[in-house]
Ligand binder design. Structure first.
Ligand code: NAD
Ligand code: UD1
Length: 338
C-alpha cells in the first residue's frame, strides 16, 4: 500500500518523499508542475536510490485523479498541493480559492469514492490569525486571517472538520506548520521560489549569493527583544519527519487530529541574519524598511502536543537551518535545472 503525496515535487513535499521512502514507505506523487521543476523528481530519485511513480496531474482533474486511485493501491494521502504566496493571493483570490479549496474538495470526493479515508493536510500557523498570543496551542480559536491564502487554509480546516463530523470513519490530521526553512543536507534539494522571494530565508540567501543588493527588514519597532519580527523557524527535514509520524497516526487510528509543527523557539529577523552570516561566512547587508501589512510582532508554537501524541520533536537548530539553506543556494544559484 502506498502513500499518495499531492504536491510532492514542491519544497516540503520533496523532502517528505525522501524521508518516507528512506523509511520504507511506497510513495506515489501527483503534481501539476505549477510551482516546481520536473528535475525535482530526478533529485529525489537520486537521493533515495530508487524509482517511484509520478503522475503529472492537477488535483482539480477528477477524472485524472480517479484513474490514479483505480490503478494504484493507495492507503493514505499527504496533501501538499496548493498555491502559497500571500501577496499573490490578494491579487488573485479566485485562483487561490479554486486551486486550494476546490482542489481539496475534488481530492476528498475522489478519495471517498475509492474508500481511501486517511489524509494529512498542510495547514499553517496563519490560521491562528492576528489576536492569539504566542506560544500558540492547538486549542486556541482559529480564524481572523487577513488574506485569501490564509483563508483557504482556514476554510479547508473547516471542511475537514465538518467531513469528520459527518463520517467518523475518516482519519484526518491537520498539521499547522510554522516557518519552514533549510534544505536537504546533500545540497541537492531546497526551496526554489519564483521571482522575488516573499519569505525571509530565500531572500537572505539571494542577497548572500549576490542576486539582490540588500535585505529589507520589515519594521524595527515591534515589541520584541530587538524590535524586529519574531518567528518559529523549523528545518524542512524536521517538518518532513513530522509527516511520517502523522501518516502513522492516521493509518493507526480514526479521528480528527491537529498538531503544531514548530520548534517552540522564536528568532527575530536580525537573529536570523546573524545566524546566517555566521553559518555561511557571507555578509548580508540590510536596511530597515516600513512594516509589512498583515505582519504580527511575534509568532511561535507550543509544540508539546506533537511530542506527547506523535513522539515528534524538531531536532535541528537555527545554525543547521542556515548552513543547509546556504549549501543549497550556493550549489544551485539558479535553483532546480529546467
Ligand atoms: P510548493 O509550492 O513548493 O509546493 C506545492 C506543490 O504543489 C508544487 O510542486 C506545485 O506544483 C503543486 N501544486 C500546486 N497546485 C496544484 C494542483 N492544483 N494540482 C497538483 N499540484 C499542484 O510549496 P511548499 O512550500 O512545499 O508548501 C506545501 C504546502 O504547505 C502548501 O499547501 C502550503 O500552502 C503549505 N505551507 C507552506 C508553508 C511554507 O512556508 N512553505 C507554510 C505553511 C503551509
Ligand atoms: C508568511 C505568511 C504566512 C505563510 C508563511 C509561510 C505573511 C503575512 N504571512 O509568514 O501566511 O504561512 O509566510 O509561507 O506573508 N521579513 C523581512 N524581510 C523580508 C521577508 C520577511 O523582514 O524580505 C520578516 C517578516 O516581516 C517576518 C519574518 O521576516 O517578521 C518572516 O517572514 P516570512 O518568511 O515572510 O514569514 P511569515 O511572515 O511568518
Amino acid at each position: 500500500m502506498a502513500v499518495l503525496v499531492t504536491g510532492g515535487l514542491g519544497y516540503i513535499g520533496s523532502h517528505t518523499c525522501v524521508e518516507l521512502m528512506n523509511s520504507g514507505n511506497e510513495v506515489i506523487v501527483v503534481d501539476n508542475l505549477y510551482n516546481c521543476k520536473k528535475s525535482s523528481y530526478d533529485r529525489i530519485k537520486a537521493l533515495v536510490g530508487k524509482d517511484f511513480k509520478f503522475y503529472e496531474c492537477d488535483i482539480r482533474d477528477a477524472e485524472g485523479m480517479s484513474a490514479i486511485f483505480e490503478k494504484e493501491s493507495i492507503d493514505s494521502v499527504i496533501h501538499f498541493a496548493g498555491l502559497k504566496a500571500v501577496g499573490e493571493s490578494v491579487e488573485k483570490p479566485l485562483e487561490y480559492f479554486d486551486n486550494n479549496v476546490n482542489g481539496t474538495l475534488v481530492l476528498l470526493d475522489v478519495m471517498r469514492k475509492h474508500g481511501c479515508k486517511k489524509i494529512v493536510f498542510s495547514s499553517s500557523a496563519t490560521v491562528y490569525g492576528m489576536n492569539n498570543i504566542s506560544p500558540l496551542t492547538e486549542n486556541m480559536e482559529v480564524g481572523g486571517v487577513t488574506n485569501p491564502y490564509g483563508r483557504t487554509k482556514y476554510m479547508i480546516e473547516c471542511i475537514l472538520k465538518d467531513l469528520y463530523v459527518s463520517d467518523e470513519s475518516w482519519s484526518i490530521c491537520l498539521l499547522r506548520y510554522f516557518n519552514p526553512i533549510g534544505a536537504h543536507k546533500s545540497g541537492t534539494m531546497g526551496e526554489d521560489p519564483n521571482g522575488i522571494p516573499n519569505n525571509l530565508m530565500p531572500y537572505i540567501t539571494q542577497v548572500a549569493i549576490g542576486k539582490r543588493e540588500h535585505l529589507n527588514v520589515f519594521g524595527d519597532d515591534y515589541d520584541t527583544h530587538d524590535g524586529t519580527g519574531v518567528r518559529d523557524y523549523i528545518h524542512v527535514v524536521d517538518l518532513a519527519l513530522g509527516h511520517l509520524k502523522a501518516v502513522k497516526k492516521v493509518e493507526a487510528e480514526k479521528g480528527l487530529f491537529i498538531y503544531n509543527l514548530g520548534t517552540g523557539t522564536g528568532y527575530s529577523v536580525l537573529d536570523v541574519v546573524k545566524a546566517f552570516e555566521k553559518a555561511s561566512g557571507q555578509s548580508v547587508p540590510y536596511v530597515i524598511a516600513p512594516r509589512r501589512a498583515g505582519d504580527i510582532a511575534t509568532c511561535y508554537s507550543d509544540p508539546s502536543k506533537a511530542l506527547n501524541e506523535l513522539d515528534w520533536k524538531a531536532e535541528r537548530g537555527i545554525d543547521e537551518m542556515c548552513e543547509d539553506s546556504w549549501r543549497w543556494q550556493s550549489q544551485n544559484p539558479n535553483g532546480y535545472p529546467d
